[in-house]
Design a protein around this ligand. Structure first.
Ligand code: CTP
Length: 400
């Protein structure tokens, strides 16, 4: 299924570089053309001769050839690619990618690459867990790059933990399922917001809500199953997306969710806004824990958060579809229709807390889908996975 696909394989300086040979063999066997770009440190771990023999192409490492003065065009390479895979990706390369530090051929190629980018980190457990690495990975996710999460296992340091690069067959399977989607949403990109947001009061307290994220995650899986590439911006929840075509971006606050959503939306075909975004946040966050003994009675000053749905509604271009949710306790239909108009949504999913088994924390939901043509369709109480399919049916119809 990867037949004829052009894949750039970026290799960096990690002991896991030896596995790049198996990745190349696997990709070539499936009919892909592989162009290796290796960093100077990468060459310390695996020889260009091995890589060029397996990929049947000269390996690119430097901007210029000292022998004949020819130079390698990272721009042409970026445009040639159907996908770029960086495996193994070290903490240093991930940091450079996140910050645009283009000091080698691999990073310049990354910055020029318009195709989907997959990153398979490989490093020691403490390096992987470090907030700097995690923040850089979050940045890459927010750029729409796919992180192929490392495994837990024995590491080169002889310690055991998370940081071991995924096995070549898993990496190839991830590429394959991303690049060869079929289904009604094949080649479509869908942004989904899910879960609650947490608005900090002090280092240990926040304002939140009961949203579990289940509905948004079910939507993400349903869209991915039908072939879409999904960007799931999730507020704090214990859930993890399973489908390889779902790129999960974890955030805490409404402001973070807003920034990621507004950044990703121009590249999307559709967005489904399922998150229960906190309407307000504390005007200021206390730097130290508020102590009851000393603070006594307190007043929290709250300021409104930005409305993500309304912002995307005003940025929306022709052909983009925007769907939202309305969770109401009374006068559901009136409120939902008003929200759809106000936020310039194409359709809205109403769930009412008056209905048993609907709304937060349940595994079921009961919805009504309303659109701009005046169509109103009521559905019976169903599992959230089935509800997600009903909503995706609506999206598919509108995208046509
Ligand atoms: N929404 C959003 N950003 C916000 C608030 C809401 O994207 N800051 C989205 C929700 O994800 C949902 C829709 O807007 O798709 C309606 O959310 P809701 O909270 O019901 O709307 P509000 O405008 O906040 O209205 P209310 O006064 O009822 O809270």
């Amino acid at each position: 299924m990867l037949k004829g696909k052009h894949i750039i394989l970026g290799i960096t300086g990690s002991i896991a570089a030896y596995k790049a040979a198996t990745i190349i063999r696997g990709l070539v066997k499936k009919g892909a053309e592989v162009q290796v770009v290796i960093t100077p440190a990468g060459k310390e771990f695996i020889t260009p001769l091995t890589l060029s023999t397996l990929s049947r192409k000269p390996v690119i490492s430097e901007f210029f050839s000292n022998r004949d003065g020819t130079w390698n065009s990272h721009v042409d390479l970026g445009l040639w690619a159907d996908a770029m895979l960086i495996a193994p990706a070290t903490a240093a390369t991930i940091g450079k990618m996140a910050n645009g530090i283009a000091d080698n051929m691999l990073i310049t190629t990354y910055l020029s690459c318009k195709a989907p980018v997959f990153v398979a980190p490989a490093m020691d457990l403490d390096m992987y867990a470090h907030p700097a690495t995690q923040e850089n990975l979050d940045r890459l996710r927010s750029f729409g790059n796919r992180i192929i999460e490392p495994d837990e296992g024995e590491l080169a340091s002889q310690l055991t933990g998370k940081g071991r690069m995924r096995e070549p067959e898993d990496i190839i399977a991830c590429l394959e399922s991303s690049l060869t989607s079929d289904g009604e949403l094949a080649n479509k990109k869908v942004l989904i917001t899910a879960g609650p947001t947490y608005e900090k009061i002090d280092p240990v307290r926040f304002i939140g809500n009961y949203s579990s994220g289940k509905m948004g995650f079910a939507l993400a899986e349903a869209c991915a199953r039908r072939g879409a590439e999904v960007f799931l911006i999730a507020g704090p929840t214990a859930l993890k997306a399973k489908h390889p075509r779902v790129c999960q971006v974890d955030v805490d606050s409404a402001e973070e969710m807003y920034l990621d959503a507004v950044g990703l939306f121009p590249r999307m075909d559709a967005a489904l806004l399922c998150a229960a975004v906190a309407d307000y946040r504390p005007e200021s966050v206390e730097e130290v824990k508020i102590k009851r003994e000393t603070a006594g009675k307190i007043t929290l000053h709250l300021v409104p958060n930005k409305d993500i749905a309304a912002a995307l509604g005003s940025d929306k271009q022709e052909g983009q579809i925007l769907g939202g949710f309305a969770l109401e306790t009374h006068d559901g239909m009136t409120h939902a229709q008003d929200k759809m108009e106000r936020k310039n949504l194409d359709f809205i999913v109403l769930n009412s807390l008056e209905d048993q088994g609907a709304g937060f924390r349940h595994d079921t939901n009961k919805i009504t889908i309303i659109d701009r043509t005046g169509s109103i369709v009521e559905y019976p109480l169903k599992k959230k996975e089935e509800v997600a399919d009903d909503i995706v049916d609506k999206l598919v119809t509108l995208l046509k």
